[in-house]
Ligand binder design. Structure first.
Ligand code: AGV
Ligand code: CA
Length: 315
């Protein structure tokens, strides 16, 4: 059994794979979860809060603080996408959990995060699976707090591949988390935080397909069933890129447990557009702040890791 030695703050935006990523984090013995922040982006915050509390209650981690975000970016997610994750706390296995609210923070997420970073003597790893709005606020108002960050793993951006934003005033070059709050994306990328980006360049290799779900379903436990049921709600019959669900946030979260043979990291100077028609586009440039990003993955190693966490006796 591994010791819980990696302090982690998990900031998510309530999508189905965000909820699955929180569940994955809770299977990792080496992770010492210090707090959960919610960004009200690809979700409605109430749904994301209830689902998060239910998973923390399931994992007997009701002491972990949960802080709901109140800062919003200028480019909202489609309401159908925001409404989709209500299913996460409405399925029977989740309804049966009587969630504890004892550790819901009275502070909004950006202020809770600022306070945590000010108070902690130790460096903390952050995993962000939605827009970087809360952390960007902290880094802009308290830049010295970047020293409290061990690594910031952020699912977002599209560097050498096309994006996944399909909006009337957009040219399709941006990834959604980067687009929701382009100025937060810019603030994160130009900050002193030790960033490791997980862009679409890496996650495109990891579609949620039938083979993956079939392998997960091979093992019949309460945990693998919960994960499989959650993923079943992301399946669509439409084979277009914009409708395909990927292991976006799951890859970012898995980096906490994967060994380095599973992926490669590149380092480039990046810039972020904050104006139409390419707001949120993250592109390489010849000068500026070098940023580390996951440029390649070994899909089989990642899939084996995720399946093992949800099915194996990894304790
Ligand atoms: O762009 C990927 C990000 C990830 O953090 N999110 C979903 C993941 O949580 C936005 C997104 C892109 N395409 C989507 C998304 C889709 N088809 N459905 C819901 N959200
Ligand atoms: Ca997300």
């Amino acid at each position: 059994s591994k010791q819980a030695t990696i302090p982690v703050i998990f900031d998510h935006d309530g999508g189905i794979d965000d909820i699955l990523s929180l569940l994955l984090t809770l299977t990792m013995e080496q992770v010492d979860l210090k707090g959960v922040c919610i960004t009200p982006a690809d979700c409605y915050a109430d749904d994301a809060l209830v689902s998060s509390l239910k998973l923390l209650t399931l994992a007997e981690r009701t002491e972990v603080p949960v802080a709901v975000g109140e800062l919003v970016g200028p480019n909202p997610f489609p309401p159908e996408w925001r409404a989709q994750p209500r299913i996460c706390h409405t399925m029977p296995a989740m309804l049966r959990i009587n969630e504890s609210r004892e550790a819901v923070s009275a502070l909004p997420a950006h202020l809770w995060l600022k306070q945590y970073l000010q108070d902690t003597p130790d460096k903390v790893t952050m995993v962000l699976t939605g827009p970087a709005t809360n952390l960007a606020w902290v880094l802009q108002h308290y830049p010295a707090l970047a020293e409290k960050l061990q690594t910031v793993i952020w699912m977002g951006g599209a560097i050498t591949v096309k994006g996944n934003v399909a909006m009337h005033d957009h040219n399709g070059s941006a990834e959604w988390n980067a687009y929701w709050d382009p100025k937060a994306t810019q603030a994160l990328i130009t900050s002193r935080a030790p960033l490791l980006m997980v862009p679409l360049d890496a996650t495109n290799a990891l579609p949620v397909n039938k083979a993956f779900l079939q392998t997960l379903a091979h093992t019949d436990t309460a945990l693998s069933d919960l994960a499989g049921q959650l993923w079943a709600n992301t399946v669509t019959a439409i084979p277009a890129y914009e409708f395909t669900y990927f292991l976006w946030d799951i890859l970012a979260t898995s980096l906490l447990g994967l060994t380095e043979e599973a992926y490669s990291v590149s380092e480039d100077c990046l810039q972020v557009s904050v104006t139409t028609p390419n707001a949120g586009q993250t592109y390489r440039c010849s000068s500026g702040n070098p940023v580390r990003w996951v440029s390649q993955v070994n899909p089989q190693i990642v899939i084996d890791y995720v399946i093992n966490q949800f099915t194996g006796d990894h304790k």
